[in-house]
Design a protein around this ligand. Structure first.
Ligand code: AMP
Ligand code: ZN
Ligand code: FE
Ligand code: FE
Length: 300
């Protein structure tokens, strides 16, 4: 049986629709795969558009972009910035015009210093709690940015925890005894930094801000006034209620509903390309870049 030709476009393709995933990590921060391995996995899984969003570093991007060009995956250069807030966890995604946009690239060196100081404080707390690990133990688990997942791996290796989940549950979770908040850049400043660098700032996993519905909307509104263009809606762990609540905020505030798997490695919580139900619309990157190009509040 012949497929009917779609208007002016040649034969209709029978392959599954192209998928997009706008949130994924590599060994440049706390992912388990190298950037090239991540892009290869995207190609194998039919993820045609992939944003690489490591924590506080751009270091994985050149390799990811080269792999994308070789394998036919549209790689969007990105970052996930750790933002200083008094409670909860605030991560700002930035979708970028290239692998090393300024002033963002220069600013990151300072943020990494804050990260290293914070890590020392986390290790100090762990020693007090009777679970000592050294900086070398932690750094062994990454090619780049050190973070709590690497501490979790070091705690397991040292026998202080039975699994990474156990390490988070007992020590490292946002309300755990060894948690130390990020310092270095505030929410509005981070949004403006991404905009000044020609990028599209998007609020990651709004639930980890731990705000009630009304407070969340007013917070997101003030971020939008600073230049935010999107908010994560499509994430595999979102309940239907969360998805609908964040979609409603996006609609009310005219933000692009974004999302991704937040893939960290094979066998971890979610597979690359899993963006929940319904999945992330594949034209989302075009919408966020259009929002930056057109009339949304520019950094002031
Ligand atoms: P950090 O940047 O050092 O604060 O680490 C943040 C990362 O830790 C997140 O991106 C997740 O990969 C991981 N993470 C945070 N909370 C948990 C948790 N409760 N269980 C497992 N991993 C977590
Ligand atoms: Zn992470
Ligand atoms: Fe995050
Ligand atoms: Fe992430």
């Amino acid at each position: 049986m012949r497929a009917a030709p779609a208007r002016g476009r040649g034969p209709r393709r029978l392959s599954p629709p192209a998928r997009a995933d706008l949130h994924a990590h590599t060994r440049a921060s706390d992912g388990d795969l190298t950037p090239a391995e991540l892009v290869r996995r995207a190609a194998d899984l039919g993820v045609a558009t992939l944003a690489v969003t490591d924590h506080d570093t751009l270091d994985g991007l050149p390799e990811a972009l080269a792999a994308g060009a070789a394998l036919g995956v549209r790689v969007i250069p990105g970052i996930e910035i750790s933002v200083a807030v008094p409670h909860g966890m605030f991560h700002l995604l930035g979708y970028l015009p290239g692998p090393s946009p300024e002033p963002l690239a220069s600013r990151l060196a300072g943020l990494r210093e804050h990260r290293a100081l914070r890590m020392e404080r986390i290790l100090g707390r762990l020693a007090e709690l009777g679970a000592p690990v050294s900086m070398a133990d932690v750094a062994r688990h990454t090619d780049g940015t050190v973070g709590r997942p690497h501490v979790a791996a070091a705690l397991v290796a040292a026998g202080h925890a039975s699994s990474r989940e156990d390490a988070f549950a007992r020590f490292l979770a946002d309300d755990g005894p060894a948690f130390v908040p990020h310092r270095g850049i505030g929410p509005h400043e981070a949004v403006r930094l991404v905009r000044e660098s020609g990028g599209a700032p998007v609020l990651a996993h709004p639930g980890t801000l731990r705000l009630g519905a009304r407070h969340l909307q007013s917070t997101v509104q003030s971020l939008r006034d600073a230049g935010l263009v999107g908010i994560e809606v499509h994430r595999p762990e979102h309940t239907p209620e969360q998805r609908d609540a964040y979609a409603a905020i996006a609609r009310r505030l005219r933000l692009v509903p974004c999302g991704g798997s937040d893939f960290h490695g094979p066998g971890q919580r979610f597979e690359l390309g899993d963006t929940g139900v319904p999945p992330l619309p594949p034209d989302t990157p075009d919408l966020v870049f259009r929002a930056v190009g057109e009339g949304v509040p520019s950094p002031g």
